[in-house]
Design a protein. Structure first.
Length: 256
C-alpha cells in the first residue's frame, strides 16, 4: 500500500452518530479534513451525508479487521478519536447485570485496546509518523461516582492504560492524549433534564442545576462544541509537545 501524507488529515471518530462524537467529527470535516463517521448500526448514521463505517463494538472479534480495512481504504489514518462508549445509571451496585457488564467491558475497554494497539501496528508497518490518538474519557474516570461504579471502572481503566501506552507510542511519533468531559449537554442529558423536570414539578433550569450543574464551580453544563474545540487543538501541530496528558473539561468540578 502506497501511503502519502497530505495537508488535510484523515480522521476516524468512533461513536460519531450523535452527541460529543458527532460534534467532533463535524468540526474536523468543517476544517477540511477527510472524516469517517462510525456508528453501531446503519440506522444510527442513515440521516448523515458523510463517509460512514458501521461496527457494533461489542463484536470484539471483528474490531482489528474493521480498523485495518478502514486504514487501508483511506491510505492511513492520521487522527483516531476513541469516543464510542456505553453506560447507564447503575441503580443497585449489589445486583450486577452480567450482560450489561459484558457489553460494558467489550465496548469501553476491549475494543478501545484493540483499536489503539492496531493503530500502532499499522503506522509502524507503513512507516507513518506524526499521528494522534485522543481518547474521550469522562469525569467518572477520574472521580468515581457511586451512581456509575462499573462505568467509572471502565473509563478509569482506559484513561490510565492509554496514559501509560503514550510512552511507547511516542517512540513512533504518535501522540496519545485523554480528554475527560464533565457534564455536557447532549440529547441524552436533555431527555434526563426534561424527565426530571416533569417528575419533580420544577423548571428545566432547576432540573439541570440539581442533576448536573451543581457539581462544578461555573454552575452550568458544558457543550459538545467546547469539548470538540479542545480535541481539534490536541490533534493539531499546535499541540505537538503535549503527550500522555489527561485534560479535564468540566467547569471546575469538585468531588461530592
Amino acid at each position: 500500500m502506497n501511503i502519502q501524507k497530505n495537508i488535510t488529515k484523515k480522521v476516524l471518530v468512533t461513536g460519531s452518530s450523535r452527541g460529543i462524537g458527532k460534534q467532533i467529527a463535524h468540526d474536523f470535516e468543517k476544517n477540511g479534513n477527510t472524516v469517517i463517521y462510525h456508528g453501531s448500526s446503519n440506522s444510527s448514521l442513515e440521516k448523515l451525508n458523510c463517509n460512514k463505517s458501521i461496527l457494533d463494538l461489542r463484536d470484539t472479534s471483528n474490531v482489528v479487521k474493521w480498523y485495518s480495512d478502514i486504514f487501508k481504504e483511506y491510505h492511513g489514518i492520521d487522527i483516531l478519536i476513541l469516543n464510542a462508549g456505553i453506560g447507564i445509571p447503575e441503580t443497585n451496585i449489589f445486583d450486577v447485570d452480567p450482560e450489561y457488564l459484558d457489553d460494558l467491558i467489550k465496548v469501553n475497554i476491549i475494543s478501545q485496546i484493540y483499536l489503539a494497539t492496531q493503530h500502532l501496528k499499522l503506522v509502524q508497518q507503513y512507516n507513518i509518523f506524526g499521528t494522534s490518538i485522543i481518547f474521550i474519557s469522562s469525569n467518572a474516570g477520574i472521580y468515581p461516582r457511586s451512581k456509575f461504579p462499573l462505568y467509572s471502572m471502565t473509563k478509569n481503566a482506559m484513561t490510565y492504560y492509554l496514559e501509560i501506552l503514550s510512552e511507547e507510542f511516542i517512540k513512533h511519533k504518535t501522540r496519545i492524549n485523554i480528554v475527560a468531559p464533565g457534564s455536557i449537554k447532549t440529547n441524552m442529558t436533555d431527555n434526563a433534564i426534561s424527565n426530571f423536570s416533569k417528575e419533580n414539578n420544577v423548571s428545566e433550569k432547576d432540573a439541570e442545576l440539581q442533576l448536573y450543574s451543581h457539581i462544578n464551580s461555573m454552575k452550568r453544563m458544558g457543550s459538545a462544541k467546547e469539548v470538540s474545540e479542545l480535541v481539534q487543538f490536541l490533534a493539531s501541530d499546535k499541540a505537538s509537545f503535549i503527550n500522555g496528558e489527561i485534560i479535564k473539561v468540566n467547569g471546575g468540578y469538585y468531588f461530592e
